[in-house]
Design a protein around this ligand. Sequence first.
Ligand code: ZN
Ligand code: ZN
Length: 375
Amino acid sequence: MENLDYYAVLQVSRDATGAEIKKAYRKLAIRYHPDKNPGDKEAEEKFKLINEAYGVLGDEEKRAIYDRYGKEGLERQGAGFHAESMDDIMDIFNSMFGGAFGGFGGSRRRTGTPHYAMDLEVELDLSFQEAVFGCEKEITLQYKAPCEACRGTGAKAGQMETCATCGGQGQIVMRQGFMTFAQECPHCGGRGKVARESCPECQGHSYRIKEETVTLSIPAGVDTGNRLRIPAKGNEDAQGRRGDLYVLFYVEEDEHFVREGNNLYIEVPVFFTQCILGENITIPSLEGELELQLKPGTRDRAQFVFRGKGVPDVHGGRTGDLIAQIKMILPKKLDTDQKELLEQIQESFGVESQPHKNRFESAFTKIKNWIKGEK
Ligand SMILES: [Zn+2]
Ligand SMILES: [Zn+2]
């Protein structure tokens, strides 16, 4: 077997943190998930590789061995990646995502369960305002339910016959060198049985798509990547039971507020004279206007923190802060009068207006001596 670089597979650097590895895995695993790429062998291979890499790098002990001794070292220590089938891989995947994607393995070999995942995931875009304040949203979802004509078998009149490819075993054995691997039979998908004739109602897919409109109560404070579980709104099995629905949120950015966790940042442009003289100004917040007291001599990029004026915590914890950051604005152009006035101000400060002179005086003397010394 070729020696793969697991770091390259997950597209992370060798010093990536555990969280970075998990994030990279998550992104790639979703992209190459078999449910999103049905029938795409290349994506499936890629998906296996990604899971193999995460099986090692996601485990601190295995990662340490891999870093020092490579893949061979892992296998010598019996800590290599031992996922024999797609089911094992799906176990890893599902253990991380709570089965929200499931469906490719796991339940397949058991009879009587549908050939698709029970849980369903949908993505939902929210505006900044909807996420921060919470909202009600109506979505129309499409879920799978067993085809009634074939009772979820995909076979005309429910008539099945033993799969000729695997002889009803559901698995085929592949050899690579001295190693053997049991793989799910590609012909029957591991079920050991195939339809004698495809069901004309569902074209052999075994399910039909149902539509349902669901009203979601979205709590205040949700952020991109948050997932809301709605029980019993997923796919339906032969007994009429429904899996769960998972709603994954994507929140749009706001033009004024920048969100980081539950904290909000806002940039406040202030003219340089306001910074020097000080002034009370009003700034926007989620609850309306707030007064910001600029003290005389406020610096560019100074930050003012308003405790508890940020985003409510989605889990009912502490509300975040609003942080106003000053952006000092200088005049773009000066007319003759303004220039004269500023020169007068500068003069009135005397020595204080030329701080660089005091600061560099000793440096100038020093450098002069260096140059003399060279000659
Ligand atoms: Zn059918
Ligand atoms: Zn088969």
